[in-house]
Write a protein of this length. Structure first.
Length: 106
C-alpha cells in the first residue's frame, strides 16, 4: 500500500502528543489523489486505529490566469470554461490537514 506522506506526518504528530483520542477530522482536497479508502486503510495500520476518522472533502476551485474567472474543474479540465485559455491557479482542492481532534476524558 502506498502511504500518503502528509497523513504520515499528521499521524506522527498525534502519536508524539501521547494522548488518547475519540475522533479526528481531516480536511482533504478533491484534487488529492488518495481516495478516502486509502486514507482510512493507512489510518487503520497505526495505533490510532480505534480513533474515529472523519474526512471532509474540500471542493476544487481554480482561477483562470487570463480572464480571472473562478470555476470548479469538471472532469480534470485544463481550460477555462469561460474563455478557453489554458493555465489556471488552484485556489482550493489540494488541502490535506488535521482540522480537529477530540481527546478522551480519562
Amino acid at each position: 500500500m502506498q502511504k500518503n506522506p502528509r497523513l504520515s506526518s499528521i499521524i506522527d504528530h498525534l502519536l508524539r502528543q501521547q494522548k488518547r483520542y475519540v475522533s479526528a477530522n481531516l480536511a482533504v482536497g478533491e484534487l488529492v489523489l488518495f481516495d478516502d479508502e486509502q486514507i482510512h486503510a493507512q489510518w487503520r495500520d497505526t495505533s490510532l486505529a480505534q480513533t474515529r476518522l472523519t474526512i471532509r472533502r474540500v471542493p476544487a476551485l481554480q482561477q483562470c490566469m487570463a480572464c480571472f474567472n473562478k470555476y470548479h474543474p469538471a472532469r480534470a479540465e485544463v481550460s477555462c470554461p469561460q474563455c478557453g485559455s489554458v493555465g489556471a491557479k488552484v485556489i482550493a482542492g489540494e488541502e490535506f490537514y488535521l482540522e480537529a481532534v477530540e481527546e478522551k476524558n480519562e
